[in-house]
Write a protein that binds this ligand. Structure first.
Ligand code: SF4
Length: 168
């Protein structure tokens, strides 16, 4: 019997909607239960099993120095890394600050903006580490995500309506 695929699902700056798309897969996800070991899934559980992971799904954009260190650690310990959703693939709605004065935004919203420890920009995961595949959407299609996981389990290239940016 082959070892289950070690799956980790990560959250950066995001609304959790793409993780919910996976949770909402319901019965289809249950069908994969024996073939997949969920080592980490931020939306479903706070527990985490250390890497290496076979597949890391990354939701959210990179917005702090800590994020940069964390995404590098995830990349170093993941055989495949898939960025899921507009936040992870393009910086998300929070990237609006990239073309404005992020400090002015913070001052308008927070009574003490000086305590914020955020970067001036919100950037996609691919700006910081190599990404094997990007799934577009806001949120992503749960059917497309399950196709990616199923394809990995059977050792074939996923069949997606949009050609993946990079998938070996
Ligand atoms: Fe939420 Fe959209 Fe970002 Fe997914 S891409 S985490 S649904 S804002």
């Amino acid at each position: 019997m082959t070892a289950p695929l070690r799956l980790a699902v990560w959250k950066f700056a995001s609304c959790d909607g793409c993780q919910l798309a996976l949770l909402e897969s319901g019965d289809l996800l249950l069908e994969l239960a024996e073939a997949v070991e969920i080592a980490h899934f931020a939306e479903a559980s706070s527990s985490m099993r250390e890497g290496p992971w076979d597949l890391s799904l990354v939701e959210g954009s990179i917005t702090t120095a800590e994020d940069i260190a964390r995404i590098r650690h995830i990349r170093e310990n993941s055989r495949l890394l898939v960025a899921i959703g507009a936040c992870a693939t393009a910086g998300g709605i929070q990237a609006l600050r990239n073309v404005a004065d992020a400090g002015a935004f913070a001052a308008a919203v927070y009574p003490h903006p000086e305590i914020l420890d955020a970067l001036e920009t919100s950037t996609p995961v691919s700006d910081h580490v190599a990404v094997d595949l990007e799934l577009q959407g806001c949120p992503i299609s749960s059917a497309q995500l399950l196709e990616v996981i199923t394809a990995l389990l059977s050792g074939r290239k996923p069949q997606l309506p949009v050609e993946p940016v990079c998938f070996e």
